[in-house]
Design a protein around this ligand. Sequence first.
Ligand SMILES: *Cc1c(COP(=O)(O)O)cnc(C)c1O
Length: 384
Amino acid sequence: MSNQPPHPALLIPGPIEFDDAVLQAMSHYSESHVGAPFVNTFGETLSMLRRLFQTTDPASQPFVISGSGTLGWDQVAANLVEPGDEALVLHTGYFADSFADCFETYGVKATQLKAPIGGRPQLDEVETALREKQYQVLTVTHVDTSTGVLSELKALSELVHRVSPDTLVVVDGVCSVGCEEIKFDDWGLDVVLTASQKAIGCPAGLSILMVSGRAIERFKARRTRPTSYFGSWKNWLPIMQNYEAKKASYFATPSPQLIHALHTALTQILSRPLEQRFADHRAASQKIKKAVAELGLKQLAAKPENQANGMTAVYLPEGVQAPQILPSLIKKGVIFAGGLHKEIATKYIRFGHMGVSVTDPNREDIDRALGALRAGLSEIGYKV
Ligand SMILES: *Cc1c(COP(=O)(O)O)cnc(C)c1O
C-alpha cells in the first residue's frame, strides 16, 4: 500500500495515482543541471525511453522538455511542418480539435477526418483523403481521452506508408504510452508524443517525445526556421544528444526533480516485461468493462476493438447527469472525471485505470471504484 496521507483514489484519465518511490524521488536535494550526477540521470532517462517506445534504431531521438502534453503538439507544428503545409488530423474526440487548432496557430492547414462519437475514421476513408491531397503529416490520437476510443496504429501506419510515403505519421500518445502497446520501429511511426502524468505515472510537467530518424531528417531539411523558440529542436536536439552521451550542455534549465521522478517511474516500468504491463492493463480494463455492462451502462466506444485499455468512458443512465453522481463517488473514496466531448459532456463519466492502480496488487482502487459506482447509482434511484 501507499504511505501517502489518506486521499480519494484519483481515477481520472491523468494525472493518475503515483507510487511512493516516484514521489520521494522528487524530494531530491538541489543539483546543478549541468553537473555530472544530474547529466547522468537525464542521460539514463532518455535511454530508458527508447525501451519504453520499443525503438532500437539509433537514428530515433527522444526528447524530454519541461511542459505538459500539449507542448508535444507545439513541437510537431513548429518543427516538422512549415507555414502553408497540410496536416490530416484523424478525429476521435476533443483532442483532435485541439491538435488541429495548434497547427492553425502555426499557419499550417489542418483537415480533420471525423467519425461519429465513439467511432474512429475507417482505413478506406483515410486512404481516400490521402489520395486527394499531399499531406506533410497525418496525426492520430492513440487513445482519445474524451471518448475512450482506441485507434489502431499498425494498420494505419502501413496504409500511410503505402499510399502516401512522404507523409509523416504522428501519434498523440498522451493517454496511451505506458498502458497500450506501441512498437515505434516495427510500426514505422515518426513521432509519438506523450506527457509524464498519465500512464507513465510521474507528476505532470514533462513533454516526452520519440522522433524517428526520418522525421529528424525532415526537420533538418526545413526551408524556414522553426516557428517556436522554446520548442525549437534547433535548440533542443543537441541538448538531448549531449545528455544521452553524458555531456553537459545548456539551452533552458530542465527540472532536475521531475527528471528524477521520471527516472524512477521508468525504472519501475522497465523492471518487468512490457508485455506483462500491457496485459495487466487489458485484464483490468476487461473486468471494468464487464462490470459496467452488468450495471446496464453503455460505453461511448461501442465496438470492442475501439475500446481503450487504460480508461473507460461510460454513458450515465438516461436523465442522470455527471454533476449528480461525481460528488457522491468522492465521498466513497474515488475521483472520476466528468465528460469532455462538448456535445455530450454532462451525459457521461470517465474512469481512468492506468499505472499503479492496475499494476500494484496491494492497491484496491479498482474494486473500490466499481463498488462506489454501483452504490452511487443505486443511491440516486437507479436500479442496478
Ligand atoms: C491529456 C491529453 C493531452 C494534453 O496533455 P496535457 O498534459 O494536459 O497538456 C493531449 N492529448 C491527449 C490524448 C490527452 O489525453
